[in-house]
Design a protein around this ligand. Structure first.
Ligand code: FMN
Length: 212
């Protein structure tokens, strides 16, 4: 086994260090965040840091990089308080990745990469039509993380849209069946495969696989 010390990490060329540190934490979620600007331009960007925060009230969070450059997702949801979180499906990982390019504020990534905007009544942010699982969220709060000048963004889930056949009876969403992609580091997209589900684990009790 290779042992990489903190000093080794510091000594690495910056790109290599970035790839190593971005991938060592494990496989991450793959989402496209959709927003709408005040002037009506839709925006879409890939994020690998979305995690749920709690279910009552239903909330999620994601990490926003330092605002030393324009961050259209951020400026848009600060203006209108709403954003969507759309699972990246295996069939459009290339389009999803292309949304990370630095397009001008008056350019819609939807049109540039070839994904379709979709709106639901009373909600002012675009969903990705091609996504099989998607959420509409309102911006709740942000926490500045001084160690890396990032912001932890908190959103409250107002809507969940799920294609038929992907939700099990107990509420569980089968992301493998949905063919939702995961992300390794900053440029690796993976297919998901459900190995097993288990019943609630208790000490001194045999672990029971759940039937699905
Ligand atoms: C795989 C991948 C994951 C990314 N995850 C994040 C993330 O979690 N947070 C973030 O601020 N930027 C992330 N980015 C960068 C944004 O996608 C990129 O800065 C994009 O241009 C932002 O667009 P916007 O200015 O329209 O918001 C990621 C990029 C890639 C390629």
């Amino acid at each position: 086994m290779t042992h990489i010390s903190k000093q080794d990490i510091i000594n690495l060329p910056s790109l290599e260090r970035m790839h190593l540190i971005n991938s060592c934490g494990g496989i991450k979620s793959g989402n496209l965040i959709g927003t709408l600007s005040k002037s009506g331009v839709s925006n879409l960007a890939v994020f690998n840091s979305v995690i749920h925060l709690g279910s009552n009230p239903p909330m999620l969070s994601f990490m926003l990089r330092p605002t030393t450059v324009e961050r259209h997702t951020y400026s848009n949801f600060l203006e209108n308080n709403q954003f969507t979180v759309n699972h990246i499906h295996e069939s459009f990982v290339d389009k999803a990745h292309q949304t990370s390019a630095k397009y001008d504020a008056d350019v819609s990534e939807f049109k540039e990469v070839g994904l379709t905007e979709e709106y639901i009544e009373g909600f002012n942010a675009p969903f990705v039509k091609e996504s099989k699982i998607k959420m509409g969220c309102t911006f709740v709060n942000e926490y500045f993380i001084k160690e890396h000048a990032c912001r932890l963004i908190i959103g409250e889930i107002q809507h969940i849209l799920v294609e038929d056949g992907l939700q099990q009876e107990d509420g569980f969403l089968d992301l493998a069946k949905a063919n939702s992609a995961g992300i390794i580091g900053l440029d690796g997209y993976v297919k998901t495969n459900l190995l097993e589900r288990y019943a609630y684990a208790r000490p001194n009790q045999e672990l029971k696989p759940l039937k699905s």
